[in-house]
Design a protein around this ligand. Structure first.
Ligand code: BGP
Length: 465
């Protein structure tokens, strides 16, 4: 008997991405993406100057890793195909080394009873396309459709859960507003165009997938940060929170699930005279090709108050012209990542999806806690005693359970991440995995206490307290 029992067939597992785990080896045929390029250009921007070429060596060790996934209770696992690996050159030709790698990786997962969920784009624009503007350029949308169709043809007989993007707002924020992704611009007009083209690409690929006779599903993975006003009785705070919600959540959630754009956002972008360039038929295409399944990444809430600080005119226009961030007194923090931990947020998101988004089938596609210097919790047997991670997961799962009891159509829970991996500019600073990686010892793997605990949760389809 377990107190928190989950529905039969619940997806227990974790998420990762190609660029953060695979690494590069000689002769693999992979071309540079924006991360490879940025690291070559400005290595000092990356924590301890660790770049994307080594990462966790999954390219070589995926067989061992699949066994570790089994030992840590996975029945499902998400990764992404690297576009710059599969189609390295502008001739559109497929790299046979890449096909062999992904074939073997997905087969290995399936043979071990772990269903692969495959995402097509995880922040990793091929450099050859970025040189022509990346998502700013409509030709990238067409190239992406070709790439996605190639993936469906090659792997669609075995992969039954596809995702068009992971957190598409992040390349917008990181690349074109807040400078933590390449090309590190501050340009609202570009931000809007990039967001629109990502959405158009997603809808086109959903349409293509539905036209095939493959019997799987296609969705999108969004990072949802529920926006809470400082004071719910203050109309100005509530309005500020609504605008933040429109910018960072509804911008992708509404078109992906409902096929429409939030009116608050359209009004702002129209006033700024920054509506994106589009062609006739684009809006209908977006309206008619919505997702089958929604992945929800949840890490932190967004707390907002009415704008009190002066507008930074040098940067304007920016989303922050319409609200200020608010620090709730007494908030619980993850000090390493600087993110607030607010477990109930996961429930609020699921309740919102149930009430306002047709109760579409969804799952928690990422949730997790990055800890710096985690080696210090290693015991004499070499195991990381990460009890704080077990508590973190339980505290969130209780809320997921409650949402399911109330009727939310939530089908699974994936942790970020399986094994410690390379986190963009933060490289290996914060460790998130169920499985520790020893970078000084050829990336040797050891299951953490949380990984063993997760196996019991998966075996029991729930937990006791
Ligand atoms: C999500 C991304 C992941 C991952 C994770 C942890 O936003 O989908 O790629 O990196 O966050 O965040 P970070 O690596 O920035 O600490």
């Amino acid at each position: 008997m377990v107190k928190y029992k989950f529905p039969d067939g619940f997806w227990w597992g974790s998420a990762a991405s190609g660029p953060q785990t695979e690494g590069r080896v000689k002769g693999d045929g992979k071309a540079d993406n924006i991360w490879d390029h940025w690291y070559k250009k400005e290595p000092e921007k990356f924590f301890n100057q660790v770049g994307p070429q080594n990462t966790s060596k999954v390219y070589q060790s995926y067989k061992e890793d699949v066994q570790l996934m089994k030992k840590s209770g996975h029945n499902t696992f998400r990764t992404s195909i690297q576009w710059s690996r599969l189609i390295p050159n502008s001739d559109g030709k497929v790299n046979s080394e890449a096909v062999k790698f992904y074939d073997d990786y997905f087969n290995e997962l399936l043979e071990n009873g772990i269903e692969p969920f495959v995402n097509l784009f995880h922040f990793d624009m091929p450099m050859r396309l970025q040189e022509m503007g990346g998502w700013l350029n409509r030709e990238t949308v067409e190239a992406y459709v070709h790439y996605a169709e190639t993936c469906f043809e090659l792997f669609g007989d075995r992969v039954k859960k596809w995702f068009t993007h992971n957190e598409p707002i992040v390349p917008v924020e990181g690349g074109y507003l807040y400078q933590f992704h390449y090309p590190s611009e501050v340009n609202m007009k570009h931000a809007v165009q990039v967001g629109f083209n990502e959405l158009l690409a997603s809808a086109k690929v959903i349409q293509k997938y539905h036209e095939t006779n493959l019997d799987g599903e296609i969705g999108i993975i969004l990072n949802l940060t529920p926006s809470y006003p400082r004071d719910e009785n203050s109309p100005a705070d509530v309005k500020a929170a609504k605008i933040a919600d429109a910018f960072f959540n509804r911008s992708f959630l509404d078109p992906s699930v409902k096929g429409t754009f939030p009116k608050e956002l359209v009004e702002i972008v129209t006033e700024l005279n920054m509506l994106p360039e589009m062609e006739e038929g684009d809006l209908t295409l977006i309206e008619e090709n919505t997702v089958d399944l929604l992945g929800i990444n949840y890490y932190q809430p967004r707390r907002v108050k009415a704008k009190e600080s002066a507008k930074n005119n040098e940067m304007a226009p920016m989303p922050d012209d319409y609200f200020d961030d608010y620090e709730k007194p007494g908030r619980k923090m993850n000090p390493y990542r600087g993110w607030e931990i607010y477990e109930k947020g996961i429930y609020d998101i699921l309740a919102n999806i149930r009430k306002n988004y047709g109760n579409i089938q969804c799952f928690i596609s990422e949730n997790g806690m990055g800890v710096e210097g985690e080696e210090r919790f290693t015991d004499e047997n070499g195991k990381v005693q990460d009890d704080y991670r077990i508590d973190f997961i339980k505290d969130h799962l209780r809320y997921v359970h409650q949402a399911i009891q109330e009727g939310t159509n939530c089908l699974g829970y994936h942790m970020w991440t399986c094994m410690d991996n390379w986190s963009w500019l933060n490289a290996y600073k914060n460790r998130y995995g169920f499985i520790a990686i020893d970078l000084d010892n050829n990336a040797a793997r050891t299951i953490k206490k949380s990984g063993e605990w997760f196996k019991t949760v998966s075996d029991n389809n729930g937990f006791e307290d």
